[in-house]
Design a protein around this ligand. Structure first.
Ligand code: SF4
Length: 458
C-alpha cells in the first residue's frame, strides 16, 4: 500500500489543518456558551446509556521542551491534593445530571502527568469516581491512563492494575539520547524494556506508545533506530505525532534551538520513514498518526461502525457521550461540546462559587451535525456513501456539497480519492491525507485556517 506514497506527494500536501478530534473544532467554541447551556445539552441525553469519562491531571514534575499540553510544572505535590478536592467538587455538582447509573464503558486519565499523583491520591480519586459513577468489570470497560515512564515502577503499575486500569499509554517520543537531551526528557531504552515486561506480566489489555517526529537532532538514521527499538518492544498501538515548533505560543519551546530541528523536507522524509517502517513491520495505518497491530480492536473496527474520532484520537465507539472533568477538559455530547476553564485559578473560582467550571463551548447546528457525520465517515470508514447521506438527511448530496466536490477534484487527480455515483472513496494512499479530505467539508475553515492555528496535516 505504501509503496506508491512518495515524498513529492507528501511535500505537495504539507499544509496546516485541524486534527478533527471534534467538528466544529475548538476554534469555533464561543463564550456565549456557559454552564446553563451545558446543563440543557446534557439533560437531553439518555441517563442509562454507556458513558465515557475523562479526567485531566495537569501537573508534571519537569518540563519537556516540545510540550504544547495544558500543564503545570511543579514539585509541590500539595497542589495535587488541592486539585483533587476541586475534582471531587466538580463530580458532586455533576450529580445533578443523574448520570450515576450510566455504565462507564470508557475511562481515561490524561494530562499533564496522571502519575504525578501519589498512590494514595490515585486510590482516593478512583474511589471517588466509583462513588459517583458506575464502573464496570475488567472485561467490559476500557480504562486507560497516560504514563510518564519516569514516574512509574512495578509497584505503581501493580497499583494501577488493581485500581482497574487495563490499558496504558507510554510517552516515549524518541529513544535517541541526544534527542532526549535536547527535549529535556531522559528515559532510556532499558527502563522502558523493564516496564513493558512488568505491564505485560500484570495483564494490561493494551499498550500504546506515543512517538514524535520533527524533534531536534532527528534524522532518518536515528528515527530508524528508534523505530527498531519500538518494534522490539512490540506495543499494540503506536501514535506518531508531528512536532509543531510554535515558540511564540508555547514558552517551553523557546528552549529548543531552531537550528537543531529537521528542515521541512527532512520532516517529510522522516514521516515517510515512519509510515514505511511501521507498515512494513505489519502495523495497520488507521489514519492521522495512528498505527495498530492487525489484531487490535481498532483495526477490526475500521470496517464496521465501531470506530470514532474524538479528543483522544481514534477509539472504539463504546459510549454515547464523553464527560470530561478537570481544568481545560472538553466534553463531547451529541448536540455540542463544552470546555472547562483552561486556567487553574478560573477553574477553582467557578467551583468555589458552586458553578460548573465551563469556560466556553458550542451547540451544534443541523449543518454542523451533518458535516461532523461526513468527516467521521472519512476519518473512520474512508468512504462517504452518498445514498446513505441522502437517506439520513433531506438534501441532494451533489448540490449541497458542490463546493466540497470541487475542492476534492485535485485530490482525485492525485489518486487520493475516487469520486463516482456511489460515493467518495479514500484510496490506499489517501489514508495518509484524511485531514485534507475532511478539510473540504469543513465550512468553518476558510476564516480559521492560519499557519499558527493548526498543526501540519501530515
Ligand atoms: S509532555 Fe507530558 S510530561 Fe512533558 S511537560 Fe508535557 S504534559 Fe508534562
Amino acid at each position: 500500500m505504501t509503496a506508491q506514497l512518495g515524498t513529492a506527494l507528501l511535500a505537495k500536501y504539507d499544509i496546516n489543518g485541524p486534527r478533527y478530534t471534534s467538528y466544529p473544532t475548538a476554534a469555533q467554541f464561543t463564550h456565549q456558551f456557559g454552564p446553563d447551556d451545558f446543563l440543557a445539552m446534557a439533560k437531553q441525553r439518555r441517563t442509562d446509556a454507556p458513558l465515557s469519562l475523562y479526567f485531566h491531571i495537569p501537573f508534571c514534575h519537569s518540563i519537556c521542551y516540545y510540550c504544547a499540553c495544558n500543564k503545570i510544572v511543579t514539585r509541590d505535590t500539595d497542589q495535587a491534593g488541592t486539585y483533587l478536592h476541586y475534582l471531587d467538587k466538580e463530580m458532586h455538582l455533576l450529580d445533578t445530571l443523574g448520570w450515576q447509573h450510566r455504565p462507564v464503558s470508557q475511562l481515561h486519565f490524561g494530562g499533564g502527568t496522571p502519575t504525578f499523583l501519589s498512590d494514595e491520591q490515585l486510590s482516593g480519586l478512583m474511589a471517588s469516581i466509583a462513588r459517583h459513577y458506575t464502573l464496570l468489570d475488567d472485561d467490559q470497560g476500557e480504562y486507560s491512563i497516560e504514563l510518564d515512564p519516569r514516574t512509574i515502577d512495578s509497584k505503581r503499575l501493580a497499583l494501577l492494575r488493581k485500581l482497574g486500569f487495563n490499558r496504558v499509554s507510554l510517552g516515549i517520543q524518541d529513544f535517541d539520547p541526544q534527542v532526549q537531551e535536547a527535549i529535556n526528557r531522559r528515559q532510556d531504552f532499558q527502563l522502558i524494556t523493564e516496564q513493558m515486561a512488568a505491564i505485560r506480566a500484570m495483564g494490561f489489555h493494551s499498550i500504546n506508545f506515543d512517538l514524535i517526529y520533527g524533534l531536534p537532532f532527528q534524522n532518518i538514521k536515528s528515527v530508524q533506530h528508534t523505530l527498531q527499538q519500538v518494534l522490539a518492544l512490540s506495543p499494540d498501538r503506536i501514535s506518531c505525532y508531528n512536532y509543531a515548533h510554535l515558540p511564540h505560543r508555547f514558552k517551553s519551546q523557546r528552549s529548543i534551538d531552531r537550528q537543531q530541528l529537521p528542515s521541512p523536507e527532512q520532516k517529510i522524509a522522516l514521516i515517510n520513514t515512519v509510515i514505511h517502517t511501521l507498515t512494513d513491520a505489519g502495523y495497520v495505518f488507521v489514519g492521522m498518526d495512528h498505527f495498530v497491530k492487525p489484531d487490535d480492536s481498532l483495526a477490526k473496527a475500521l470496517n464496521d461502525d465501531k470506530l470514532q474520532r474524538n479528543f483522544q484520537g481514534y477509539s472504539l465507539n463504546l459510549a454515547e457521550d464523553m464527560l470530561s472533568l478537570g481544568v481545560s477538559s472538553i466534553s463531547d455530547f451529541n448536540h455540542g461540546y463544552s470546555q472547562n476553564y483552561r486556567q487553574l485559578a478560573d477553574y477553582y473560582q467557578a467551583l468555589d462559587q458552586d458553578q460548573l467550571p465551563i469556560e466556553h463551548g458550542i451547540s451544534l447546528s443541523d449543518e454542523d451535525k451533518l458535516r461532523r457525520d461526513i468527516i467521521q465517515q472519512i476519518c473512520c470508514h474512508r468512504f462517504i456513501d452518498i445514498a446513505r447521506v441522502e437517506r439520513d438527511y433531506p438534501l441532494d448530496f451533489h448540490q449541497h456539497f458542490k463546493a466540497a466536490l470541487s475542492t476534492l477534484q485535485p485530490l482525485a487527480a492525485d489518486g487520493i480519492v475516487t469520486i463516482d455515483a456511489l460515493g467518495i472513496k479514500v484510496s490506499d494512499i489517501g489514508h495518509h491525507f484524511l485531514r485534507h479530505i475532511a478539510m473540504a467539508f469543513d465550512e468553518h475553515l476558510g476564516a480559521e485556517l492560519k499557519p499558527v492555528s493548526y498543526s501540519k496535516a501530515l
